[in-house]
Design a protein around this ligand. Structure first.
Ligand code: HEC
Length: 155
């Protein structure tokens, strides 16, 4: 219990940073060492391998083969839009719940002035879920644990 409380205090330090997908974020989430959170990572291997193929086919062109993102993802392009950020845990993907990530993938960000395409007519819910299983498996333990603890322990 004490450890959980400590993790919560750590993860709620507030600073102002810009987050380029849905809204400006008012928070930096500090990763907590995984063992302190005692999470178990059980990856569904079927979802993982389907997700890997779907990711390579549809997403890697912009987000990189290993989810590393565009090297200049923090700077806006000439078109005033951000290049694709990393999804591998080095960016801010883990600052969002699964629901927000699914919504971003389904709807894209054109409506809010971004360059992320909408996938709702191209990928099923299951396929989006499979891709997110693969993406989350890229996250280091500390990142995954912090995300897991924060978002109500949804998978
Ligand atoms: C044409 C390039 C392109 C493709 C293809 C693409 N994306 Fe993106 N994606 C982007 C850009 C650009 C952003 C940042 C959006 C913004 O700044 O508005 C983004 C943002 C995201 C985010 C939010 C990231 C975060 O850290 O909050 C997720 C999740 C995401 N993409 C997943 C995917 C998935 C999954 C696929 C494949 C099904 C995919 N993207 C395909 C360009 C792309």
């Amino acid at each position: 219990m004490k450890i959980r409380l400590f993790a919560m205090i750590l993860s709620s330090s507030f600073f102002l940073i810009a987050c380029n997908d849905d809204v400006k974020e008012l928070e930096v989430i500090v990763p907590v060492p995984a063992p302190e959170l005692e999470i178990k990572r059980d990856v569904n291997l079927r979802e993982f391998s389907r997700g890997q193929k779907l990711y390579q086919k549809n997403c890697a062109v912009c987000h990189g083969k290993n989810g590393e993102g565009n090297p200049d993802w923090r700077k806006v392009d000439e078109d005033g839009k951000f290049p694709a950020p990393p999804l591998n845990g080095t960016g801010h993907t883990w600052h969002h719940s699964t629901k927000v990530l699914v919504d971003t993938i389904k709807n894209g960000t054109a409506k809010i002035g971004g360059n992320m395409p909408a996938w709702k007519d191209k990928l099923s819910n299951q396929e989006i879920n499979d891709i997110l299983t693969w993406v989350k498996a890229l996250w280091p333990d500390e990142i995954y644990a912090t995300w897991y603890n924060r978002f109500h322990q949804e998978k």
